[in-house]
Design a protein around this ligand. Structure first.
Ligand code: PLP
Length: 273
């Protein structure tokens, strides 16, 4: 693991480095990105930086200095040989009082690089009763306030599943704790719209460009009869779902398999030089 914080590479990436007064720590006031590293190079970094800028703007944080983030990314990747890795870019409100009000200090910017274990080709999911708020101030933002995801994923883990799937307030299918959801009905590949409150996943966007799918919002119960279901994310790529709640799905099905092939072929084209 390598870590870069506020302009410098840390000698010991595991040593304490951020103050207890950081607003990201006290109230989760921050935005972040998880970026895949392939053969030592970041995958789709520009798309991730665009989303980080949107998340920061949505939180009302100062604009992110892209060049500074890229310097941090270059520094951690130069310091470590990573055939398959993940970057974690975190941008918080910086030093602040202990409540919700922000301080006057500069934001905190951290970039960490670590090894990424290849994901399994298949997984199982459970739907959870807690809705995503598609009308909330943080809808669609990738913020460090991720405790709802922690609770939902723990709920899934307790039931032997690898991901939890949220409905939204309207009762429609939304997303997983760290994934976007695709499914097949009558042979048609579908995924929730961004209006569902799901994150605008980089993997989702690329798969829509490279393969295509019908963006539509429908009740989460659609998963009960979907012919195929798969998850997409930076750390899972295209991952087939072989069990959803109490229902087994044979798979990966034909559409999922095709998407996995398209992904594997096209991924290399988007690794930033
Ligand atoms: C809540 C949520 N939805 C979807 C995704 C998938 O996004 P991406 O493909 O950019 O990794 C993530 C990724 O971390 C996430 O946290």
């Amino acid at each position: 693991m390598r870590a870069w914080l506020n302009g410098r590479l840390l000698e010991d990436p595991t040593a304490p480095a951020v103050t207890l007064r950081d607003h990201g720590l006290t109230v989760g006031d921050g935005a972040f990105e998880a970026v895949k590293v392939v053969d030592g190079r970041p995958f789709a970094l520009t798309r991730h930086l665009d989303r980080l800028a949107r998340s920061a703007a949505g939180l009302g944080l100062p604009a992110v200095d892209d060049a500074e983030v890229r310097r941090g990314v270059a520094a951690v990747l130069a310091a470590e040989d990573l055939p398959l890795g993940r970057l974690r870019i975190t941008y918080t409100g910086g030093v602040a009082p202990l409540g919700s009000a922000r301080g006057d200090g500069p934001p905190t910017l951290a970039v960490v690089a670590d090894v990424l274990q290849p994901s399994r080709p298949t997984t199982s999911v459970v739907t959870v009763p807690w809705p995503r708020n598609e009308r909330g101030a943080l809808a669609g933002l990738k913020t460090t306030s991720y405790a709802e995801n922690v609770v939902a994923l723990a709920h899934a883990t307790e039931r032997g599943a690898g991901e939890a799937i949220f409905p939204n307030l309207a009762g429609n299918l939304c997303e997983g704790t760290g994934t976007n959801v695709f499914y097949v009905v009558d042979g048609e590949l579908r995924t929730p719209t961004l209006g569902s409150g799901c994150l605008a996943g980089v993997t989702r966007a690329l798969l829509l460009e490279w393969y295509g799918a019908h963006e539509v919002d429908e009740p989460i119960d659609v998963l009960e009869s979907a012919e195929e279901i798969f998850l997409v994310s930076t750390t899972r790529d295209v991952q087939a779902v072989t069990r959803c709640d109490d229902r087994d799905l044979t798979g990966p099905g034909p559409v999922t398999t095709e998407c996995q092939k398209v992904w594997a072929t096209r991924e290399a084209e988007n690794v930033d030089p």
